[in-house]
Ligand binder design. Structure first.
Ligand SMILES: *Cc1c(COP(=O)(O)O)cnc(C)c1O
Length: 232
């Protein structure tokens, strides 16, 4: 017997929600303090629609073009998250659709976002992407760059930096992932010390294979793709 897309997605989502709840219990956190961003970059549009019908309110795409194409065909209530690299020449087209950009990796990009926000009369929210593990293959500021550039990064008027995002290296050792997530949280604390009036409430960390440890280390946004679509 083959299950429908809807029932597969529903049971995958149910299983993930249970795991989120269990991780929150272990960490003594309220389940409301963790938001699930369903990453639909490899999903068919119907699968994304099923998720929305099941009550998922946050969808993430890694390519700006796909986000721009999908936003108008899904309910307007969806909050769209851009989680992949953003080129400066794509900022204008994406800004009207996106509720949070997780992948700001340079002062130049942030400057561009701020400029266009002024022009388009928008107040965008972003996260700084941090390459904690210093992997060559990944985008993001190093922790040291983020510290050094913080006065400039935090000086823009239109754009609000809500927090930090990172990806743990692909590894089977969850202890290593936990260490990366802890370092992101510690960087957040150091940046907040610089100017205590400027809060950085969001930590976007944790994917299908490491979201539970991310929750235990303080994640407020977890980005889950493949395990939502198991069996499809
Ligand atoms: C693809 C992607 C995810 C989701 O990864 P899964 O392993 O499929 O859950 C999360 N974050 C980023 C930045 C991604 O590119």
């Amino acid at each position: 017997m083959t299950l429908s897309v809807e029932s597969r997605v529903a049971s995958n989502l149910g299983r993930i929600q249970q795991r989120i709840q269990a991780a929150c219990d272990r960490a003594n956190r309220s389940v409301d303090s963790v938001r699930l961003v369903a990453v639909t970059k490899y999903a068919q549009i119907e699968w994304a629609k099923s998720l929305v019908e099941l009550g998922v309110q946050h969808l993430g795409e890694s390519r700006p073009q796909q986000l721009i194409e999908r936003a108008p065909v899904l309910p307007a209530t969806v909050n769209w998250h851009l989680i992949g690299h953003l080129q400066r020449n794509k900022v204008r087209s994406i800004l009207p659709f996106v509720s949070l950009i997780h992948s700001v990796d340079s002062v130049r990009l942030l400057h561009r976002i701020d400029q266009l926000a002024e022009e388009l009369d928008l107040n965008p929210h972003v996260l700084l992407e941090i390459n904690i593990a210093g992997e060559e293959s990944k985008d993001g500021l190093s922790a040291e760059e983020a510290m050094a550039e913080w006065p400039e990064l935090s000086s823009f008027q239109r754009v609000t930096i809500d927090g930090l995002m990172t990806m743990a290296p692909a590894t089977r050792n969850l202890r290593d992932a936990g260490q990366v997530f802890r370092q992101l949280r510690e960087l957040r604390e150091r940046l907040q010390e610089y100017d205590p009036s400027r809060k950085l409430p969001e930590l976007s960390m944790g994917m299908s294979n490491d979201f539970e440890i991310a929750i235990e280390e303080g994640a407020t946004l977890i980005r889950i793709g493949s395990s939502l679509f198991d069996g499809l």
